[in-house]
Design a protein around this ligand. Sequence first.
Ligand SMILES: Cc1cc2nc3c(=O)[nH]c(=O)nc-3n(C[C@H](O)[C@H](O)[C@H](O)COP(=O)(O)OP(=O)(O)OC[C@H]3O[C@@H](n4cnc5c(N)ncnc54)[C@H](O)[C@@H]3O)c2cc1C
Length: 451
Amino acid sequence: MPSTQDADVIVIGAGFAGVTAARELRRHGHRVLIVEARDRIGGRTWTERRLGRDLELGGTWVHWVQPHSWAELSRYGIDVVASPTPVDGFWITGGELHRGTADELLELLDRGMSASTEEALTWFPRPYEPLLLGDRLRDIDGTSIRQRLEQAGLTPGEFDAVEGMWATNFNGPTDVGGYAQALRWCALAGGSWQLMFEACATYKIVGGTRRLIEAMLADSGAEIRLGAQVTAVAQDGGAATVSLADGATLTAAAVVVTLPLDVLDSITFDPPLSDTKRRAAHQGQTSTGTKIWARLRGEHQPFVALAPGSAPLTLCQVESVEDGTTVVVAFGADSRRLDGTDRAAVERALRGWLPDVEVLEVACHDWVADPFSGETWPMQRVGQLTGALAELQRPEGRVALAGADYASGWAGFIDGAIESGMRAARHVHDLIGAPVRLATVPAPSPALAGS
Ligand SMILES: Cc1cc2nc3c(=O)[nH]c(=O)nc-3n(C[C@H](O)[C@H](O)[C@H](O)COP(=O)(O)OP(=O)(O)OC[C@H]3O[C@@H](n4cnc5c(N)ncnc54)[C@H](O)[C@@H]3O)c2cc1C
């Protein structure tokens, strides 16, 4: 029987996870409808014209050690371009500003970064199977990255530097960031913290993340509705029903939900999601920080600057230098501490590293206050790997979660979003089977028609 439903599959969210799931399901011939609350696609990636250039307000950097992202770049023939290599290094330790070279700063980081990642391949020998070691993982999953650093016998200067680096990576406080999450990242980079560092902040997509996701969406041929906020998902033995904020309802055989963990409970599920999923959503990720772009007066030599997690900004690096100005990107671990749209406030924060700096303009999106994200890039808290990941990945009936928050590998990255979109699509296809369509009756050939 042909379906009378609005679609075979409804995908909620047009970020990388949703668009991947839609494309993969379309490949199997399913009728797919993407419903997206925003008026644009991309979710937590957003290439936007600001400061006179195309800026990435969300996810930016990709790398060939991220296999899912790289495969998409290869598929659509899209190149990458490197961010400038830092020459100068500025760092704040013990409340004092130090100036040197970027290499000296890397040296200062080495003992702490090595100590906090040396067990990566021991615990995650096959990093796309993060739960491979089973219950033994509880030993490390009960530890925060800060506790691990405190046990590492570092000098106060080394501690402040590496704590600032992890506050940047977790985009949140290091006392709640899971040590296991730190090890997972490093294991994905073959156990090398330097390669992990390179993977996180070096290569950008030519044309921006928008170019890649637009290519994927066009390839999918999926139908999409923008400005369509979902409020509820209900399912019974026969179908799933998706309710929108405007009162409309849509039906399908299955639903892929790609909401970030921190806003997962903004949708009512009937029957409710499992207790573990709801508890994890209530707890949320560690990533409550900020990413801020600023144009500075003057042409600065490329630099990287680092400060402890207690500072309003923990890391800053140069992204471009032209026409007598320098564009930098900076990160802070607490979005409430610094309004990234307040030029004067950002200038004050940057003066921690550059006492005379003059900020001409700023650009920022508050992802934490954004009702459709509630967090920046997903980073697990202490206990969430063993306590929640397997359950978050487990579909419930006709509803499957997808998203970087629920990835096995590069959770927190575009790669993780794509990986989880592939998994959810595979699951849904297996669940609902190949689509059945009415055979179309061939039109009579002109010769027959005329006889
Ligand atoms: C500041 C920042 C910097 C980052 N830097 C990097 C980086 O350099 N490299 C990297 O690889 N990754 C980076 N990331 C992470 C990366 O951007 C994300 O992991 C990835 O884009 C998440 O994709 P997703 O599809 O899982 O989720 P999302 O992109 O969040 O997609 C979910 C979609 O669901 C929609 N939605 C939410 N609620 C509803 C609703 N009720 N109804 C309908 N639609 C809804 C949202 O609007 C959104 O479009 C960064 C993220 C941020 C925020």
